[in-house]
Design a protein around this ligand. Structure first.
Ligand code: UD1
Ligand code: CA
Length: 454
């Protein structure tokens, strides 16, 4: 099998970001820039990618861990010098070396695969990607020979007026034959700026009479490189459109894609409808036939099928199927709503399970609680779960009926089919099938169970 190794250059300063965070760790649609670039590189290569790190190396390593191999560039002496840092790792290990810049998060894996295929068909030692565009944005100009192969890449600051007028630009992605590359890199002369430019490999090949092939990208958004926060916002908008289109083509309705903010990792089932001004973030999954939004913020949560989340906020929560929540409901970490739960306005749930069919219509706080099936939580119910030092659990048995404005002073347990009166302050456990009222709540009688129609 052909071996292809991707090397991503990420050692540069990123000075123009004016940030404490290394440039390649800035998030784009919820994922660091470098991870987008890596994902594309993986689709076009066969070996574990190598990341050349320098400035901010430690933070980059911490974020990416063992998913890549690292080469360190101690001093930022240019893109050719950066690639040379991977030589000792890769020499003799791989037939092709695919090189991209880690600050280009929109390059597609598919495009990089085309680049590799172009090189595999090239009798010369390298191939590259170009784009034709009116605004040069400081990119190197690509000069072609009459036969269509590349004659040179000329960096902007050394270009003649004639060369500056050239509209074909160097995107910054190359595929090299490895047996040629490593020796060539050692021959690159230092530029006037004191750096070694990877783009000078073209000249070396041309001088040796070897053809350099280039393919022209059609989709301009793929070439957005992030040097400033203005570029970052451009890239975010382009990536967001791409993500939204993917979901729509998979059968998800977005009422207004322009105001729907879906991060890269999110999955959504077919026939789900997403209403405007909705944010879906982190590792969130949403099932089929749901209705989500408008004005909804969901992070790191799991939602089953046929759920309705209306103007609500959730983080670290889990809805099973056919759950209805909102408007103005809030689920925090560890909230778990089982099938057919109904949660109405102004409720908050944290670290609690609401069993199947629980109804919690209005103004409640439920924390550290286990609530059995078919419990009714009256308006204004509160689990008083925190004594100033510790959190305490509340347990409510199947079919219980909690009266409006009940305070459940945890730890406390309410038995199956028990009831509390309005305004009860429950400080002691209530047995099954009994009614408790008052402050503090006392049991005043036992109840006959209603015949249930199950
Ligand atoms: C580079 C290209 C230019 C191309 C443009 C496209 C060169 C000489 N020029 O210019 O032709 O049009 O990209 O975006 O390659 N890096 C290192 N170590 C270094 C220097 C850079 O790892 O010593 C990394 C940076 O982190 C960055 C990438 O290489 O990810 C590109 O470097 P940058 O300085 O941004 O190059 P450009 O001036 O944009
Ligand atoms: Ca750049």
């Amino acid at each position: 099998m052909t071996t292809i190794t991707a090397v991503l250059l990420a050692a540069g300063q990123g000075t123009r970001m004016k940030s404490n965070l290394p440039k390649v760790l800035h998030p784009l649609c919820g994922k660091p820039l470098v991870l987008h670039a890596l994902e594309a590189a993986r689709q076009a290569s066969t070996e574990t990618p190598v990341l050349v790190v320098g400035v901010g190396a430690e933070e980059v390593r911490k974020t990416l861990g063992e998913s890549v191999r690292y080469a360190e560039q101690q001093a930022q002496l240019g893109t050719a010098h950066a690639l040379l840092q991977a030589e000792s790792l890769l020499k003799g290990q791989s037939e092709y070396i695919l090189v991209t810049y880690a600050d280009m998060p929109l390059l597609r894996g598919e495009t990089l695969r085309q680049l590799v295929e172009t090189q595999q068909a090239n009798r010369g030692p390298m191939s590259m990607l170009t784009v034709i565009y009116d605004d040069p944005r400081g990119f190197g100009r690509v000069i072609r020979k009459p036969d269509g192969t590349v004659a040179a890449i000329v960096e902007e600051y050394v270009a003649t007026p004639e060369q500056l007028a050239v509209k074909e630009l160097n995107v910054g992605a190359y595929c090299f034959r490895a047996d040629w590359l490593w020796d060539a890199l050692h021959q690159i002369p230092m530029s006037k700026k004191g750096e070694y430019y990877l783009t000078d490999t073209v000249e070396l090949a041309v001088r040796a009479g070897l053809p350099v092939q280039a393919i022209v990208l059609n989709d301009l958004t793929e070439t957005i490189g992030v040097n400033t926060r203005v570029h970052l916002a451009e890239a975010e908008a382009a990536m967001r459109r791409r993500i939204n289109e993917r979901h729509m083509l998979n059968g998800v309705t977005l009422i207004d894609p322009a105001t729907t903010y879906i991060e890269a990792q999110v999955t959504i089932g077919a026939d789900t409808v997403i209403w405007p001004n909705t944010y879906l973030q982190g590792a969130t999954s949403i099932g089929r036939e749901c209705s989500i939004g408008p004005n909804t913020h969901i992070r790191e949560s799991k939602i089953g099928d046929r759920c309705k989340v209306f103007m609500s906020v959730m983080e670290g929560a889990w809805l099973e199927n056919d759950v209805e929540m909102g408007p103005f409901a809030r689920l925090r970490k560890g909230a778990h709503l089982c099938d057919h739960v109904h949660m109405g306005n102004f409720g908050e749930v944290k670290d609690s399970t609401l069993g199947p069919g629980v109804k919690m219509g209005h103004f409640s706080y439920i924390g550290n609680a286990q609530i059995g099936p078919d419990v009714n939580i009256g308006a204004g119910t509160i689990t008083c779960n925190y004594d100033g030092e510790k959190k305490h659990p509340t347990k409510i048995g199947q079919g219980a009926f909690i009266g409006s404005d009940t305070m459940l002073v945890a730890p406390v347990e309410i038995g199956e089919h028990a009831r509390t009166g309005a305004g009860a302050v429950v400080t002691r456990d209530i047995p099954a099938d009994s009614l408790a009222v008052g402050v503090p709540a006392r049991v005043i009688r036992t109840l006959e169970r209603k015949k249930r129609s199950e």
